[in-house]
Design a protein around this ligand. Structure first.
Ligand code: FAD
Length: 318
């Protein structure tokens, strides 16, 4: 089923969904199952699986020379989506990126999803590679997420790349796109960012999932501004619990998001990692409860490969 159909079927009741990351190359899928099984107890209507960008590394040869190689450390997104759908009967949402994929590879990936019965995809640009300051589009790939949305929607109309085939192919993906309550870090202004979001929606996006935020007021204001642009698709809040002290500097630096003063001071008082985890869990519970009262369609939790803290939160909210 599509994400939007799950939301419509819930008739205003808030759902809970999760985002997971594929295991590092070399790890077994059993570990992933063990990690997500506690989440499955909450009967999520859908689970997102992220896609990681390719990375460079240097392979050292016997003669001492270094060879630049490219790899993907967490491959397997579509395979994991399919495995979860068939093992647990839960819909999945693979993240599809512009960065690191040619349009041709994206077409093939979408065809795989179609054959596997995956009805939803999240269309994202991806970040700049670690060694680059700014995002560089892949040769023969897309520059912006809006172009990816257009390709996905074209395929739904039976329009393949290069106009080689036009048929009533039958893919009909429900497409999610990213939204930023505190604006995307590269956008010069919120108005600019909202205009770009509107372009993604006009191209056919069916729902929006937000970047993490720690102050619900930012989400409420964002929804108000988005609605003023004429966008009326669901806006799903993304919730990430803080788990380490490092997040205090890392999250503002990487995502350009603010942490509320009261949260910062609570975190600064913490002596141990367990104290930090507890503050993160309690903050996320309060955020979730308020968002649920407000009537958000889904509370979408970023698990980042760990489920114990998410279980603690969700069991108090649902
Ligand atoms: P876009 O919508 O393309 O926007 C990127 C920037 O370009 C914005 O500043 C926008 O304002 C600007 N822009 C857009 N169109 C134009 C235009 N025509 N002209 C000029 N500027 C323009 N990353 C991963 O690598 N893997 C994942 O699985 C992943 N999952 C995510 C899930 C969610 C819910 C979110 C919120 C983010 C996720 N990301 C993921 C991170 C995402 O890839 C980055 O935030 C990325 O920097 C932007 O992606 P986007 O799809 O919002 O890009």
């Amino acid at each position: 089923m599509k994400v939007t159909e799950h939301i419509a079927k819930a008739k205003g009741k808030t759902l809970c969904s999760f985002e997971i990351i594929p295991p590092k190359k070399g790890n077994n899928i059993e570990e992933l199952y063990q990690n997500i099984e506690p989440l499955i107890e909450f009967k999520p209507p859908f689970i997102d699986v992220t896609t990681s960008r390719e990375e460079y590394f240097y392979k050292k040869h016997a003669n001492g020379l270094l060879e630049k190689k490219i790899t993907r450390m967490r491959p397997g997104t579509v395979g994991i989506c399919s495995a979860i759908q068939y093992k647990y009967g839960i819909d999945t949402v693979p993240h599809v990126l512009c960065g690191g994929f040619t349009k041709e590879e994206t077409e093939h990936l979408l065809i795989d999803c179609f054959y596997l019965g995956i009805n939803n995809v999240m269309a994202l640009r991806g970040d700049a590679r670690k060694e680059e300051r700014y995002f560089q589009p892949t040769k023969d790939g897309h520059r912006y997420a809006v172009d990816l949305v257009k390709q996905i929607k074209d395929l739904g109309r039976g329009k393949f790349l290069h106009d080689i085939i036009e048929t009533d192919y039958g893919t009909n993906f429900c497409v999610g796109v990213a939204g930023y309550p505190e604006k995307h870090l590269e956008s010069p202004s919120m108005a600019f960012d909202l205009a770009r979001l509107k372009e993604k929606v006009d191209a056919g996006a069916d729902y929006i999932v937000t970047q993490m935020f720690f102050d619900n007021q930012k989400y409420f204001e964002f929804v108000e501004k988005v609605r003023l642009t004429g966008i009326n698709i669901p806006i799903i809040p993304g919730i990430k619990p803080i788990t380490t002290k490092r997040h205090l500097s890392l999250l503002p630096q990487v995502f350009k998001i603010d942490l509320p003063e009261i949260l910062v001071s609570e975190l600064e008082k913490c002596q141990t990692n367990n104290d930090i985890r507890q503050v993160g869990v309690e903050w996320a519970i309060e955020q979730s409860r308020e968002l649920k009262r407000w009537g958000v369609p889904t509370l979408h939790y970023y698990s980042m490969g760990k489920s114990d803290n998410i279980v603690d939160i969700v069991s108090k909210v649902f």
